[in-house]
Design a protein around this ligand. Structure first.
Ligand code: G3H
Length: 478
């Protein structure tokens, strides 16, 4: 029987009064692995009340003490990297080594946030009035950063620990309370991560983690009047949330269709290595994965051959064996990927490998000669399938990139730095990587999407700032 996990509220692990559970299916075995509580709306209300009360005291807790607790949580998280990583392997089929890396990266992120927070939040501003026309030097404005209140964090399945702490740590250092709604796949890893914060000794009610069905508590959470900020990472649901949410700051990181533009003068071995890493790591289930290759016709054959050779070396199988390609997160996800592949097949794409699927495991596939009438030219597979579109000019590549609804990241490969900068300027994406595959990290870099890829900017410093407001006190001299 699957193990049952409680939710976290008021500094305790609790069973839901609903008596109901949500099952977590192991993507590899396709059998139930864990069960989490299906929390009720009433339980969400209680969590919000407790968060609000705890936040008032937390905001008055000295900044250095808040930082100290975060450092402690970071150390505990790193100490427990193995059991948490094991959950990631079982719940989301993340390759074993990458699962450990996710937890270690999360510990580092929490520590860095604590350090960054004491600097950023430890500084205020003093303005004097006589710089504005007509004013004497009679007003002194003191401004500093204050917390927003209760932050609701909703991370996605692909980084249930890392993309949770990237919201939790900035919220807490800035003096906010935090309510976490983990993704169903990854919920148990997230609960373990929350346990590390529990062990660090944060005040009761300040941090809570509610699990449950989106249909029951999803809208209820995101539209809850007790929520003062939402930080969400995931898919289209983010667009729905942003339409329904109240007048509160939103941080949204949604999908991407990150393009890789390859110029004729590029280092083709570097290109191939980055296409394989960027396109197929964690089986393409990263918002920053390379999702379309736009390559100059004259070098296309050479690059495709190099990519094929590297793909042939990828290991395919269970995450426990640390294979490069592991099962995608769910059957519906695998079916979606297959739908894109079949559409491309019917419309005449060139298959560089045979399409193969067993359960949720999809063998890595490169589709050459993809044309704009194919769905895969525009849609995000979130699986190990990558389209190649051959272009006859750089402008054609930029045009395809900018015609997308998404605008997360992109990359360009060339030895000509002037061209690279010009292309970067022309690409309508939040970040452009020159001579490397897209990536969010290092985690203190700004990270943002344009268009349907998001709202606001993340990265440690930006997240801390986003989770605060400016408060001014003006001293009026007689
Ligand atoms: O899936 C979205 C993540 O923000 C991507 O992070 O570039 O570190 O894989 P990553």
């Amino acid at each position: 029987d699957e193990e049952v996990y409680n939710y976290y509220a008021d500094g305790e692990w609790k069973k839901s009064a609903s008596g109901k559970f949500v099952s977590i299916i192991n993507p590899t075995t396709r059998t139930p692995q864990y069960k989490v509580q299906a929390c009720t709306q009433e339980e969400v209300n209680k969590v919000m009340d407790a968060a609000k009360a705890a936040q008032k005291l937390w905001a008055r807790t000295p900044l250095w003490k808040r930082a100290e607790l975060l450092h402690k949580a970071a150390a505990i998280l790193k100490e427990h990297k193995n059991p948490i990583a094991e959950c990631l392997v079982k719940e989301i089929a993340k390759p074993a080594k990458d699962a450990v890396t996710e937890v270690v990266r999360s510990g580092d992120l929490v520590s860095y946030t604590a350090e960054d927070g004491v600097r950023i939040l430890g500084e205020g501003k003093l303005l004097v009035s006589d710089s504005f026309p007509g004013n004497e030097r009679s007003k002194y404005c003191l401004s500093s950063k204050i917390p927003l209140g209760v932050v609701l964090a909703i991370p996605p399945f692909n980084y249930p620990v890392n993309l949770a702490v990237s919201k939790i740590a900035p919220a807490l250092i800035a003096g906010n309370a935090l309510v976490l709604k983990p993704p169903t796949q990854g919920a148990v890893a997230a609960l373990h991560m929350i346990h590390c914060f529990h062990l660090a000794g944060f005040p009761k009610g300040l941090i809570s983690c509610v699990t449950g069905k989106g249909s029951e508590i999803g809208d209820f959470l995101t539209m809850h009047p007790g929520v003062n900020c939402i930080s969400f990472t995931g898919g289209d649901t983010g667009i729905v949330i942003s339409k329904k949410a109240g007048m509160i700051p939103l941080q949204m990181e949604l999908g991407g269709k990150d393009a890789c533009i390859v110029l004729e003068d590029a280092d083709l071995d570097l290109v191939a290595a980055n296409i394989v890493k960027g396109g197929y790591s964690y089986s393409g289930q990263r918002c920053t994965a390379v999702k379309v290759v736009l390559i100059m016709e004259s070098v296309a054959d050479a690059v495709v051959e190099k990519v094929k050779a590297k793909m042939a070396k990828l290991t395919i199988g269970p995450p426990e064996e640390n294979c490069d390609i592991t099962p995608v997160v769910s059957e519906s996800s695998a079916n979606f990927v297959e739908g894109l592949v079949m559409d491309a097949k019917q419309k005449g794409a060139t298959f560089c490998q045979e399409y193969r699927r067993e359960g949720n495991l999809i063998w890595p596939l490169l589709l050459d000669q993809v044309r704009p009438d194919m769905r895969i030219a525009w849609e995000e597979p979130f699986g190990p399938v990558l389209p190649v579109i051959r272009i006859s000019s750089v402008e054609e590549g930029i045009h395809h990139c900018n015609a997308s609804n998404f605008g997360l990241q992109g990359c360009v490969f060339t030895r000509d730095i002037n061209k690279a900068i010009m292309i970067s300027d022309a690409m309508e994406t939040g970040t452009v990587q020159i001579n490397s595959a897209p990536a969010r990290g290092p985690d203190h870099f700004p990270f943002q999407g344009l268009k349907d890829s998001g709202i606001g900017s993340q990265g440690i410093t930006n997240s801390i700032n986003m989770m605060t407001k400016i408060k001014s006190t003006v001293i009026n001299l007689p």
